[in-house]
Design a protein around this ligand. Structure first.
Ligand SMILES: Cc1cc2nc3c(=O)[nH]c(=O)nc-3n(C[C@H](O)[C@H](O)[C@H](O)COP(=O)(O)O)c2cc1C
Length: 443
């Protein structure tokens, strides 16, 4: 089956069905030495997993990630990374009663028409469960972006006609519907629970913002940044619409209202815009402002209200879908949207690295290495702090010249192999030792 992959340089292929053995993703194109822990991937999967609250499906899946390849001692190897989540809480019996019926709004009819065979249990490949692989890959993409100071954040903007009036990013993970406005969140939660009682479901709008994206990402003309974002986001099951910036509202505005006027930022001289109706993208290329996209999420199709359908033989029937379904998909779609946006931005970031030539490209590489250096220094600082606490507890002296001499000897010998100047290594490590002694004294 074609069409299971996304991205040019940061490429993912997802696999698995809802009620098969498991779901997952194969990722190719990640550089070596990117620090990534299982916990970082798990944290993202936990945000997507079913059974989180009364407004999500009751299916209980731990969604524990297994790293099968491509990561060694907490760092990427530069080889393909395979992440797998076993399916544990499948309940195929729930589908026995409707196994020959097409669920209205679901993909059974089209899958069967196309392939002549389908795994009817839980929607098979068309299930929202497939998105676990996307979210696992998204964790890695987010890490790569974070190293460049780029953050992707998504939230439920509207459900059942109730819209967030304020956007407070700190509030998103504090309520089960992932809405940035606590007042709207409460009203949305009540409405979802009431509609669930009626055996029905609700749709909504999820918005995503990319903060800190540099200008220059996007490849005109067919791989424009918004075109790739639209494709990635519309590939999520149950997404029915896509907007960037002002989106469809632009159709009702005048040019004088819609144009984002350019200004030169006083402090930095950077080119900025006074408004952001463009949503951070002009001509398919990021302009340095926040990228803002929105998707329309349809109401979950599996509802227990009686509806007309036909069976696989074409006979008309009545269907009621019992079993465990999300009464509103928005809260679980939020981490999927974040992941898809992060995957597209990471892919374009890598592509941009290849477009730049001469000093621009080299500086790009240097920036990346400097970012890694900062991360390693911060990790070292944490370990030094731990040792400091241990020394304090055991009344040990802070300066340890013997250990410092050992470290220096080893680094000088490695430095020789790496063609690094002795004097530079000495200066660097003397500065590191001085800093370590200082922070150990204050722990
Ligand atoms: C995270 C997630 C969870 C989903 N859970 C359900 C569900 O419990 N029941 C359901 O009918 N559809 C669910 N869906 C949506 C279906 O997978 C989707 O509507 C179906 O495959 C038909 O595809 P389409 O809506 O894109 O046309 C979910 C989607 C996502 C992204």
């Amino acid at each position: 089956m074609a069409g299971n992959g996304l991205g040019r340089f940061f490429r993912i292929t997802t696999f698995g069905e809802s009620h098969g053995r498991g779901v997952g993703v194969l990722i190719d194109g990640v550089r070596p030495n990117v620090p990534i822990s299982v916990d970082e991937i798990q944290k993202e999967l936990d945000r997507r997993r079913p059974g989180q609250s009364g407004v999500t499906t009751a299916r209980q899946e731990a969604d524990q990630v297994n790293v099968l390849s491509g990561v060694f001692e907490g760092k990427t190897l530069g080889t393909p990374i395979c992440l797998l989540v076993w399916n544990k809480d499948q309940d195929p019996k729930a589908y026995d009663a409707i196994k020959d019926l097409f669920r209205p709004g679901h993909a059974g009819y089209t899958y069967l028409s196309k392939y002549g065979i389908q795994d009817y249990r839980g929607g098979g490949r068309s299930s929202g469960r497939e998105t676990a692989g996307r979210v696992a890959a998204g964790a890695l993409a987010k890490k790569i972006l974070a190293l460049r100071g780029i953050r992707v954040v998504a939230y439920t903007k509207e459900v059942g006609g109730i819209a967030a009036r304020r956007i407070d990013l700190d509030q998103i993970e504090k309520n089960p519907v992932r809405c940035p406005d606590p007042k709207a969140a409460k009203a949305i939660e009540r409405k979802i629970l009431a509609v669930k009682e009626e055996g029905d479901s609700l749709g909504g709008i999820v918005e995503a913002v990319v903060i800190g994206c540099p200008p220059g990402l996007g490849e005109p003309v067919f791989d424009k940044l918004e075109a790739d974002l639209a494709k990635a986001l519309l590939s999520i099951p149950a997404i029915k619409g896509f907007e960037v910036g002002s989106g469809f509202a632009a159709a009702r505005m005048k040019g004088s209202e819609h144009n984002d006027e350019f200004v030169a930022e006083k402090k930095t001289g950077k080119v900025r815009t006074l408004t952001n109706f463009a949503g951070g993208i002009l001509g398919g290329i990021s302009n340095g402002e926040n990228i803002v996209v929105r998707v329309a999420v349809k109401p979950t199709s599996s509802i227990s209200k009686a509806q007309k359908t036909v069976d696989v033989k074409g006979k008309e029937k009545i269907i009621k879908v019992e079993g465990r379904h999300d009464p509103c998909l928005c809260p679980r779609v939020v981490p999927v949207v974040e992941s898809m946006v992060a995957l597209v931005i990471a892919d374009h970031l890598l592509r941009q690295g290849f477009v730049r030539k001469g000093p621009g490209r080299v500086r790009h590489e240097i920036d990346f290495l400097d970012d890694m250096l900062m991360l390693l220094l911060s990790q070292r600082q944490e370990l030094v702090r731990d040792i400091g606490r241990w020394k304090k507890k055991h009344n040990q002296r802070i300066p340890d010249p013997k250990r410092e001499r050992q470290i220096m000897r080893k680094r000088l010998s490695l430095g020789e192999e790496a063609n690094l100047d002795d004097a530079f290594i000495q200066e660097l490590f003397n500065a590191i030792f001085k800093h370590a002694r200082r922070i150990q004294r204050i722990v």
